[in-house]
Design a protein around this ligand. Structure first.
Ligand SMILES: NC(=O)c1ccc[n+]([C@@H]2O[C@H](COP(=O)([O-])OP(=O)(O)OC[C@H]3O[C@@H](n4cnc5c(N)ncnc54)[C@H](O)[C@@H]3O)[C@@H](O)[C@H]2O)c1
Length: 428
């Protein structure tokens, strides 16, 4: 089986590795020639995906990367894993999907299966993608080629998360499309979950992410209320999770981050308007979650105030730039919002992150590009007026932090396992 995977990022690359391990021949396609060159040279550019896995599949001759989309003519199936961000008006931007459709359509061989994996609103596959594929190929979806949607469930940074073992939901345009898609994913994934349509599969992924966004908002709201009552929300959650049924723990934080949770729910909000509906839970959760950085900064101000200092003029060290623990992915990281808010109030801001030694240039946070992670030693850490923990990486020694820092604001309950002096840690 020859498979083309378009978009060799956090989702596409692990999928390439899994399909190769399952015996397929994989062609990776991307518009970024630097990534293509790195992969063909056997190098991974994503920290938690080892270069050895990439090198092995290149050496075996089972994988090659390319920027030449005409090569899809040789594959049996094309899987699309390109970005689906929001535009500056916070509306869905499916231009990457459309562009991919335009690039592959002229080269599709009859009988090829096209499966979209990018998270998106219901209708993208059977309306938008289908239209560009049919227009560019002159073929009819469900008749001349197959079309499906299967959402990705990647959990970057979780060493127990194995692509092969995560059940995969699949919807097809027709029963024959579904059958083809189930057979494709069945090669590499242990449990494939067929559903009745592409739209159901698209809606399933949105439910999963909205569920998280709403529950994170709930604990974020409770964190603020309980803090006012002098109750530690993390202790409450630890106690509640002893209930063996009907409860699932979610944890508060400094705000949402990453490519999924701050973005995907609003794909549904936008599409719901077409049907005359509002998505009030989604909007409310978004409002609470986006208010978190401001709350955290107010706690930093309180902590500094308690030692007669102001945010203005204080040196603040942010711990953790990545949006989640143990990864190097800083997309949509709330740490950037915290740094912006603190700098706007006159603080002198720096960061430490063992996974992000230097801030790469990005569209959203270009003013931070080139900033370097500060050294990890007593002299450096103790020179800051306050340390703000925004992401709790395992690679950080929190006991050393407790011993070196003069004041800590902790948004992740990261200090709970360390011996700390009275008054050192402020939870936020
Ligand atoms: N990262 C996650 O944990 C995760 C989890 C589940 C779902 N998703 C979804 O999967 C999709 C991809 O996310 P990601 O995290 O892998 O993104 P990513 O930015 O890591 O990777 C996307 C890749 O697509 C390439 N690309 C962009 N435009 C292209 C085009 N026109 N043709 C070919 N390649 C192109 C980019 O160069 C990049 O290598 C998104 O819809 C995302 O919401 C991501």
């Amino acid at each position: 089986m020859k498979i083309g995977i378009v978009g060799l990022g956090y989702v596409g690359l692990p999928l390439c590795i899994q399909f190769v391990r399952s015996g397929a021949q994989v062609l990776g396609l991307d518009v970024d020639s630097a990534k293509v060159d790195a992969l063909n040279a056997g190098r991974s550019y994503i920290e938690h995906i080892g270069s050895s896995a990439v090198a092995a599949m290149v050496a075996e001759g089972k994988f090659a990367a390319s920027t030449d989309f005409a090569r899809v003519k040789d594959v049996d199936a094309v899987i699309i894993c390109v970005p689906t961000p929001l535009n500056k008006n916070r509306e869905p931007d499916i231009s990457y999907i459309i562009k991919t459709g335009e690039n592959i359509a002229p080269h599709l061989a009859p009988g090829t299966l096209v499966s979209l994996e990018s998270t998106t609103y219901p209708g993208t596959t059977d309306e938008d993608l289908r239209a560009v594929l049919e227009a560019g190929s002159g073929m009819k979806a469900g008749v001349d080629f197959h079309l499906a949607f299967s959402p990705e469930r990647e959990d970057p940074g979780n060493p127990d998360s194995k692509v092969q073992l995560i059940p995969k939901v699949v919807g097809g345009l027709t029963p024959a499309c579904l059958q083809k898609a189930v057979a494709l994913y069945g090669l590499a994934i242990k449990t494939v979950v067929p559903v009745s349509s592409c739209r159901v599969a698209e809606a399933t992924k949105l439910l999963e992410n909205i569920f998280r966004s709403v529950n994170i908002a709930l604990v974020n709201e409770l964190k603020v209320v309980y803090a006012a009552m002098d109750i530690d929300v993390w202790e409450v959650i630890a106690a509640a999770r002893t209930k063996p049924f009907g409860f699932m723990p979610f944890y508060p934080g400094p705000g949402l981050g990453g490519h999924c949770i701050p973005i995907d729910p609003f794909y549904l909000t936008w599409k719901a308007r077409e049907y005359g509906h509002n998505t009030r839970f989604i909007e409310l959760a978004g409002e609470i979650n986006t208010g978190m950085p401001q709350y955290v900064v107010s706690r930093v101000a309180e902590a500094l105030n308690s030692v007669r200092k102001s945010v203005n003029g204080s040196r603040v060290l942010l711990m953790g730039l990545a949006y989640k623990p143990n990864v190097d992915d800083d997309r949509e990281s709330p740490t950037y919002h915290l740094m912006d808010l603190l700098r706007a109030q006159g603080a002198d801001v720096a960061y430490h992150d063992p996974h992000v030694p230097v801030i790469r240039p990005t569209r959203e946070h270009s003013h931070w590009a080139g900033e370097k992670s500060v050294a990890w030693d007593r002299e450096t850490v103790s020179s800051f007026d306050v340390v703000l923990i925004s992401t709790a990486h395992k690679a950080v020694n929190y006991q050393e932090l407790a011993d070196w820092a003069t004041c800590i604001v902790d948004t992740r309950d990261a200090m709970s396992g360390s011996k700390v002096r009275d008054g050192l840690v402020w939870k936020a």
